[in-house]
Design a protein around this ligand. Sequence first.
Ligand code: RIB
Length: 303
Amino acid sequence: MEKFDVVVLGSINLDVMVTVNQFPKYGDTMIAKTIEILPGGKGANQAITVAKLGKKVAFLGAVGNDSAGKQMLDNFTSYGIDTQFIQIDKENGTGTFVPIVDENSENTMVGTLGANNTLSSEFVSKVFDSIESDILLLQMETSFDSVLTAMKKAKEKGMFVILDPAPAERFRPEALEYADLVTPNSQETEFITGIKVDDKVTAIEAAKKLERMGVRNSIIKMGSKGSLVYQAGEVEFIPSLKVKAQNTVGAGDTFAGALACSYSEQADIVKAVKYGNAAAGLKVSRIGGQNAIPTHDEVLQQL
Ligand code: RIB
C-alpha cells in the first residue's frame, strides 16, 4: 500500500482563459483582451496546490485519449504528480472550460465535462484498495458515481473527507452523508440550503442546516466578507485577506488544496482556513493559472 498525505479526486480540464474589459451582453460579438490555453479543472488545480505546497498527493481523475489529455498528463508529471490513477477514456474528449475574467477580476465560466463524467466507480474502488491516506478532498465535477464511491471507500478506511460542493448545479444531497467537512461559497450555500448568506448570522443559520442535512463541520466562504467555521455548534469567524485581485479563477481550488494540506498536519480547521486564505490570496494576486499557485514557503511568509 502506497501512503499519501492527501488524496484528491476531481476534474481535469483544458481551460480556454478569456480576459475582457466587461462580460459580453446577450447577442454581443466582442474582441477579448487575451485568450490563453491553460491546464485547469477543479480537481487538477487542487492536486497541483497540494503538490506545490510540498505534500505527497494521489490524484484520481479522467482525461480523453486526445492531445489535450496528453498535455494534461504531461502537466501533472511536471509537478511531480504520478499519473497512474488517471483513467483514459477512449470515447469522450478531455473536459474543456472557457473561464471569462473581467476587468474587476471576477469570472464566469462554461464548459463540457467530457471524460470527467465517465470516471468509473470500479476504477476508483481499485485505486482506493491500493493506497493509504488520512485525507480525501473532492468536488463535484466528475461522475457522481466516482464521487460517492470515493467518499464511501474513504469512510471505510477512516479517512477525513473534505467536500468542496462545486459547481453548485452538480451537487446532490446524498454526498453530505459521507462528508466530515463541507466548504461551500455563498452561491453554493444558497443552492444547497436555500439560505442566502451575506453575514455571520445567516452563515450560522446555513451551517446549522448543513448539520441537519448530515455534515457536522462546515466552512461557509463569503468572499471579501470572510469565512465562517462551524464545528458541531462551535463557531469562529475568520476575516478575509485584503489583496488586489488579478485573476480569481481557481481561487477556491487553491484554498481547498491548502486547507487539506494544513489539516493533514494539524487536524485544526481554523488554522487550516487561515493557511488556505493565505494561499488563495497569493494565487488571486498573481496573473496566471496553476503556475500562480504559491509554494509552502511563500504561504508562510504571507501568514
Ligand atoms: O475552479 C476553476 C476551474 O473550474 C477551472 O480551472 C475550470 O476548468 C473549472 O473546472
